[in-house]
Design a protein around this ligand. Structure first.
Ligand code: C2E
Ligand code: MG
Ligand code: MG
Length: 529
């Protein structure tokens, strides 16, 4: 039997100064349950083989208090019959507390007190390691946060992030983990065995943001876009899960924000597609892979061409021929659209000048301008330079942009419109009716016209709700003095319907498909223009 003989200091540390333990077993009882087995094994090994041990363990004091101690033991006499162990006991509670504080600081976001990126990724890694029930990663991005931050300053932005964090905490509940993932992004990890399904939590999050935020007496509406990816179906590694939840979030954002979306195989395919396209896009401009085709804009009364819409085409050596729907949105995400768009403007102006030089006189060429081009400051400059270089009046260029321009976080939109208007270029809202139809903007914007989306023309004249929308758009345009161009005119019934509505301009396969520059010139010559 090993009899412990403890120093006064050791007795103090274990809290047994008044009642020194008489047996090794009684000392063992002081050691916290989680650590006891380790100590027992170390002692046994010492008795058997001699040597020494050095362990950090938790001690449970008689008072119930938990302390950290370093326990060093050494065998005296020869193995295998050691009869005496000398040991040292050090109270290391304070050191362990500081270490723990540092560790937790490294895993905590100082602003919100939530986990930070490293912290939650570490936790997620651990959860995936424990073979237990599945869990779901929820990626949350605040919509339009940047706008508030820019307009009101960082103090307001910080305040908003803190309030958002508190709301998210309530939504995620105690079972889930929540982190500020960076900037205005948050990440939650919830157990599938938890009280609420991840979908319920996601719905609760978007709901929680339907109420505005207050700052300095003003109210701001900030919504959240949310994406979900479930382990193991949607990814087995931390990286896959986070990427796929991000892709789902991004899809939610694209579908109009303030909503949530679960990752799907279709998104996976799109993501693959996106990576491919984005990689090729980067080189496409330098490699001269783009060209423009021109669809005649015609008078619906007599079919005569008065202008053209320039439409981009991309021939990639590795991906083949891609229509704009396959790459414009990717180019918008990466920002490549800014350079591509500038190229389109230059090329369309050069073409217009060439036609004029050849004695052909279409009155204007329309180009599509992405909302991203409005976010850069020098759109008016790029256009002024292109007109100047090719000796064209502003009125020979038309810019088509979608309603997205109006809702993006661009504080200078109105100023940009004004500058463009001063250049004399024609400003038109494309695909009108499909987007957000922020009708109150229409009066304030210095625009000339609307293009009625072909989505509505398709059902005309048979579908009553399409008919109603076409009538409404024609009515709005008339009362605001705006020109209307109908797109996607495919048959004479549609043509007649439009003329009856008082819409006299259009484009569509009924008149001509998009044409190469030579075909377009031939088309004009046939009309005697
Ligand atoms: P959009 O500006 O609304 O262009 C009209 C689209 O309708 C064109 O498709 C055109 O080929 C197609 N279309 C024309 N007539 C008919 C018709 O009678 N029936 C049907 N079903 N379709 C018709 P495309 O060329 O594939 O372009 C698609 C979209 O891509 C364009 O829609 C525009 O939003 C965008 N886009 C095209 N070129 C550019 C560009 O240079 N820059 C930017 N940012 N976007 C572009
Ligand atoms: Mg267009
Ligand atoms: Mg359109």
């Amino acid at each position: 039997m090993i009899r412990p003989s403890l120093t006064d200091e050791a007795l103090r540390i274990i809290g047994r100064s008044d009642d020194p333990p008489r047996s090794l077993e009684s000392v063992m009882e002081q050691i916290a349950d989680e650590d006891r087995q380790r100590v027992r094994e170390a002692v046994e090994s010492l008795v058997r083989d001699g040597g020494a041990f050095d362990l950090e363990v938790r001690l449970r004091r008689a008072s119930g208090e938990l302390r950290w101690a370093r326990l060093i033991g050494q065998a005296e006499g020869r193995a295998p019959m050691t009869t005496r162990i000398t040991g040292t006991l050090q109270d290391i509670t304070q050191r362990r507390q500081i270490e723990e504080a540092l560790r937790s600081q490294a895993r905590t976001d100082p602003l919100t007190g939530l986990y930070n990126r490293d912290g939650i990724l570490g936790e997620l890694e651990r959860r995936l390691g424990d073979a237990r029930d599945g869990c779901t990663v929820i990626y949350i991005d605040l919509d339009r946060f940047k706008l508030v931050n820019d307009l009101l300053g960082h103090a307001a932005g910080d305040q908003l992030l803190i309030s958002a964090a508190r709301r998210l905490e309530r939504c995620v509940g105690e079972d889930g983990l929540l982190a500020r993932f960076g900037g205005d992004e948050f990440l939650a990890v919830v157990d599938d065995a938890g009280r609420d399904a991840a979908e319920t939590i996601a719905a609760r999050i978007t709901q929680a943001f339907s109420e505005g935020f207050r700052y300095a007496g003003e109210e701001f509406s900030i919504t959240a876009s949310v994406g979900l990816a479930r382990h193991p179906e949607h990814g087995r590694t931390v990286q896959q899960l986070v990427n796929n939840a991000d892709a789902a979030m991004y899809d939610a954002k694209r579908r109009g924000r303030n909503t949530w979306q679960v990752f799907t195989p279709e998104l996976e395919r799109q993501q693959y597609d996106r990576v491919q396209v984005e990689a090729q896009l980067r080189r496409a401009l330098d490699n001269d892979e783009f060209r423009l085709v021109y669809q005649p804009l015609v008078s619906l009364d007599d079919g005569r061409t008065f202008g053209a819409e320039a439409l981009i085409r991309w021939h990639s050596p590795s991906l083949g021929e891609l229509p704009p729907d396959r790459f414009i949105s990717h180019a918008e995400t990466t920002g490549d659209i800014v350079h591509i768009g500038a190229w389109v403007i230059g090329a369309a102006c050069r073409q217009m000048a060439d036609w004029r030089g050849a004695g052909l006189m279409p009155s204007r060429v329309a180009v599509n301008v992405s909302y991203r081009q409005f976010l850069t400051e020098d759109l008016p400059q790029i256009i002024a330079r292109a007109l100047d270089e090719h000796g064209l009046p502003g009125s020979s260029l038309e810019l088509e942009f979608t309603e997205r321009v109006l809702i993006e976080d661009a504080p200078d939109t109105l100023r940009t419109f004004q500058a463009l208007r001063e250049l004399g270029v024609v400003l038109t809202i494309d695909d009108f009716g499909e987007g957000y139809s922020a009708l109150n903007y229409l009066r304030r914007l210095p625009i000339h016209g609307l293009k009625l989306s072909q989505a509505f023309l398709q059902g005309v004249p048979g579908n009553p709700s399409d008919v109603a929308i076409c009538q409404a758009v024609a009515g709005i345009a008339r009362s605001l003095g705006l020109e209307v161009v109908a797109e996607g005119v495919e048959n004479t019934a549609q043509r007649t319907f439009l003329l009856d509505l008082g819409i006299h301009l259009g484009q569509g396969f009924l008149f001509a498909k998009p044409l190469s520059p030579d075909e377009f010139a031939a088309h004009l010559r046939r009309q005697g223009r």
